[in-house]
Design a protein around this ligand. Structure first.
Ligand SMILES: [Zn+2]
Length: 81
Protein backbone atom coordinates (compact mmCIF):
# COMPACT_ATOMS: atom_id res chain seq x y z
CA UNK A 1 0.00 0.00 0.00
CA UNK A 2 1.48 3.25 -1.15
CA UNK A 3 0.67 6.54 0.41
CA UNK A 4 0.58 9.23 -2.20
CA UNK A 5 -0.97 11.78 0.07
CA UNK A 6 1.02 12.97 3.03
CA UNK A 7 -1.01 12.66 6.19
CA UNK A 8 1.59 14.55 8.21
CA UNK A 9 1.39 17.53 5.89
CA UNK A 10 -2.38 17.51 5.86
CA UNK A 11 -2.37 17.57 9.59
CA UNK A 12 0.08 20.45 9.84
CA UNK A 13 -2.04 22.49 7.43
CA UNK A 14 -5.00 21.82 9.63
CA UNK A 15 -3.03 22.83 12.69
CA UNK A 16 -1.84 26.02 10.98
CA UNK A 17 -5.39 26.97 10.10
CA UNK A 18 -6.48 26.22 13.60
CA UNK A 19 -3.60 28.19 15.08
CA UNK A 20 -4.39 31.17 12.86
CA UNK A 21 -8.00 31.03 13.89
CA UNK A 22 -7.07 30.73 17.57
CA UNK A 23 -4.69 33.65 17.21
CA UNK A 24 -7.34 35.82 15.56
CA UNK A 25 -9.74 34.87 18.28
CA UNK A 26 -7.18 35.73 20.97
CA UNK A 27 -6.52 39.13 19.39
CA UNK A 28 -10.22 39.87 19.13
CA UNK A 29 -10.67 38.89 22.75
CA UNK A 30 -7.75 41.06 23.80
CA UNK A 31 -9.17 44.07 21.98
CA UNK A 32 -12.51 43.47 23.63
CA UNK A 33 -10.84 43.29 27.05
CA UNK A 34 -8.93 46.49 26.36
CA UNK A 35 -12.09 48.28 25.41
CA UNK A 36 -13.73 47.02 28.57
CA UNK A 37 -10.81 48.12 30.72
CA UNK A 38 -10.51 51.56 29.20
CA UNK A 39 -11.96 54.06 31.58
CA UNK A 40 -15.01 55.79 30.26
CA UNK A 41 -15.93 59.17 31.54
CA UNK A 42 -19.30 60.68 32.10
CA UNK A 43 -20.02 63.30 29.44
CA UNK A 44 -21.90 65.42 31.98
CA UNK A 45 -19.72 65.50 35.10
CA UNK A 46 -16.62 63.78 33.62
CA UNK A 47 -16.27 61.34 36.50
CA UNK A 48 -14.49 58.10 35.61
CA UNK A 49 -16.56 54.98 35.44
CA UNK A 50 -16.21 52.78 38.50
CA UNK A 51 -18.21 50.47 40.70
CA UNK A 52 -19.35 53.50 42.67
CA UNK A 53 -20.25 55.49 39.60
CA UNK A 54 -21.63 53.14 36.97
CA UNK A 55 -22.18 54.77 33.62
CA UNK A 56 -24.94 54.16 31.19
CA UNK A 57 -25.74 55.52 27.77
CA UNK A 58 -26.93 59.08 27.95
CA UNK A 59 -30.62 59.30 26.92
CA UNK A 60 -29.72 61.91 24.31
CA UNK A 61 -27.06 59.66 22.85
CA UNK A 62 -24.19 62.06 23.50
CA UNK A 63 -22.12 59.39 25.20
CA UNK A 64 -21.71 57.60 28.51
CA UNK A 65 -23.28 59.29 31.49
CA UNK A 66 -23.82 58.44 35.13
CA UNK A 67 -26.57 56.01 35.86
CA UNK A 68 -27.39 58.05 38.91
CA UNK A 69 -28.47 61.32 37.37
CA UNK A 70 -29.01 63.13 40.68
CA UNK A 71 -25.51 62.37 41.92
CA UNK A 72 -24.17 63.21 38.50
CA UNK A 73 -25.80 66.64 38.41
CA UNK A 74 -24.74 67.48 41.97
CA UNK A 75 -21.21 66.38 41.10
CA UNK A 76 -21.31 68.59 38.04
CA UNK A 77 -22.54 71.50 40.14
CA UNK A 78 -19.82 70.87 42.73
CA UNK A 79 -17.10 70.85 40.08
CA UNK A 80 -18.44 74.19 38.86
CA UNK A 81 -18.82 73.21 35.25
ZN1 LIG B 1 -21.94 62.13 35.55
Amino acid sequence: MTQDFQPGREMSNEVDAKTARERAKAIAEQRRAERRNRKRKCVVCSVEESDKTPLTAHPEGIGPACKDEVTCLSRKAASGR
